[in-house]
Ligand binder design. Structure first.
Ligand code: MG
Length: 165
């Protein structure tokens, strides 16, 4: 495996680990505020990011690269509101999309078409992630602050619907 590709994949390993940590912290906050549906969505999201982390680790190791298990930065612990939390989720997913695209660009420049092909799953995954969070933010806007009970009741079902497609 080319060094630049290995370095980019290790950076992604760090970012997937942080993603999982961030959503775990968000899940804990949501749970402590009584938003059990939102919390369930976030715990599931944290597990999904953990799976992404392992997929990247196994790919690098399987191709004979050197995996670096990262030290994970401490995520925020508090959010102003469920709205601001989901805005941060969308912002973070856009950052991850850019990060995946950057690895695609590196693989292309390094002519590593095997890794480029392997990354397609994550390219598609990011479209789904951004769309599912945008749908949640739209739903929050429609319902408004007075309907947080309805939002929290339905948010986990939205995740299940998104992942079935
Ligand atoms: Mg991910």
């Amino acid at each position: 495996m080319k060094l630049k590709v290995e370095q980019a994949l290790n950076l992604q390993i760090d970012r997937e680990a942080y993603s999982s940590h961030l959503y775990l912290s968000m899940a804990v906050w949501a749970e402590s505020q009584g938003y059990s549906g939102t919390s369930k969505w976030l715990y599931a999201q944290a597990l999904e990011e953990r799976n992404h982390l392992v997929l990247f680790i196994q790919y690098v190791n399987g191709r004979g690269g050197k995996v670096i298990i990262p030290l994970i930065n401490q995520p925020p612990q508090e959010w102003e509101s469920v709205q601001s939390l989901f805005n941060q989720v969308l912002e973070h997913e856009r950052f991850i999309t850019d990060s995946i695209n950057e690895i695609v660009a590196i693989c292309s420049a390094e002519k590593d078409f095997t890794t480029l092909n392997w990354l397609q799953f994550f390219v598609n995954e990011q479209i789904e992630e951004e769309n599912s969070v945008k749908a949640i933010i739209d739903n929050l806007k429609l319902l408004g602050n007075n309907n947080m009970y309805l939002f929290d009741r339905d948010v986990f079902a939205m995740r299940t619907q998104a992942s079935v497609q």
